[in-house]
Design a protein around this ligand. Structure first.
Ligand code: NAP
Length: 303
């Protein structure tokens, strides 16, 4: 049984920022994650808009987040949280490695990609269908690539893939992109990227039954391709908190502007919470606020 002041669940930018702030304020802090620290930073090739840090690699910024948190005294454990409950004023989180008791908990479990639901998507996952450009893009260097989606992820990752291939096609269901204008301008001006707008991918096809060879669009058009990268949004990693705190209809954790959930002592930060803008900078800001409010909460306990 571990006992800490503050348990942070998830070690992406929000979790590491929260943990670092809390440890620096003098609390004992454990941050747990099933994966390597860094969260979605590990899936980003380059990041250019984290304030104060010029263009850098996602994994490098992740290393800096981790190093700083550890320097502040955060204990990072590789473990998944399986359940959460309250025992009086104390939270008890059961992890793969036993129970952790904490006075306050910060949920920073992030979000993961959604699936498109097209025929052939599940069947050819890992055989041409991918959800991670930096992980799988290099396998398709010089090959034909289709990107599905029109948000920041689709645009950012299409730009990354266009460095590996001169034949990238974005298929997006509307004529306008949802993503930031600066990114859509870059995409539209990139000679390696073609656009198929107002179209849906209805099927991912394989000629040999082993790997992707084309996609079928909703107008009957067939696009030959070696790979399909699907970026159609995110879903929150919030199943741990179902029935424990309020979630919105899409499953994101509901907080106020101070990162407080409807459970006293439970805070949420970053992509897992209901918010209108999801950036590394906003996740880190959420983490700082969550740590500050956890500090206020613990300071007020017993008063
Ligand atoms: P998103 O912003 O929700 O965009 C999802 C895209 O997928 C939308 O264009 C949507 O189309 C499309 N889509 C959804 N369901 C679809 C379906 N069934 N069939 C076809 N298309 C479908 O998701 P995201 O791009 O993953 O971004 C998630 C969050 O992370 C956002 O807040 C984003 O700003 C942030 N982010 C920021 C950066 C950055 O700053 N560089 C990078 C990555 C992500 P519609 O537009 O028609 O709805």
């Amino acid at each position: 049984m571990n006992e800490v002041d503050i348990l942070v669940i998830g070690a992406g930018p929000a979790g590491l920022a929260a943990a670092g702030y809390a440890a620096r304020a003098g609390y004992t802090v454990m941050a747990i994650d099933q994966l390597a620290p860094g969260g979605q930073l590990l899936l980003i090739d380059e990041i250019e808009n984290y304030p104060g840090v010029p263009l850098t690699k996602g994994f490098k910024l992740a290393e800096e987040f981790e190093r700083q948190a550890v320097d502040f005294g955060v204990r990072i454990e590789y473990s998944g949280a399986k359940s959460i409950k309250k025992d009086g004023d104390v939270f008890v989180v059961t992890t793969e490695d036993g129970d952790v008791r904490a006075k306050a908990v910060i949920a920073a479990t992030g979000a993961t990609h959604r699936h498109l639901g097209a025929k052939g998507e599940e069947e050819y996952a890992g055989r041409g269908v991918s959800y991670c450009a930096t992980c799988d893009g290099p396998f398709f260097r010089g090959k034909k690539i289709v990107v599905v989606g029109g948000g920041d992820t689709a645009l950012t990752d299409a730009l990354y893939l266009a460095k590996l291939s001169d034949d990238v096609t974005i298929v997006h269901r509307r004529d306008e992109f949802r993503g930031q204008k600066v990114l859509s301008d870059r995409v539209r001006n990139n000679a390696n990227i073609s656009l198929k707008l107002g179209r849906n991918v209805v099927e991912i096809v394989s000629d040999d039954g082993r790997k992707v060879s084309s996609v079928l669009l909703d107008n009957g058009e067939k696009l030959d391709t070696d790979a399909v990268f699907i970026f159609v949004g995110i879903r929150p990693n919030s199943s741990l908190f179902e029935g424990f705190c309020e979630l919105d209809p899409s499953g994101f954790i509901v907080t106020d502007e101070k990162m407080r959930t409807d459970v006293p002592g439970l805070f949420a930060a970053g992509d897992v919470r209901t918010t209108s803008f999801r950036q590394v900078a906003t996740a880190a800001g959420d983490g700082a606020m969550a740590a500050h409010m956890a500090d206020s909460y613990i300071s007020g306990m017993g008063k």
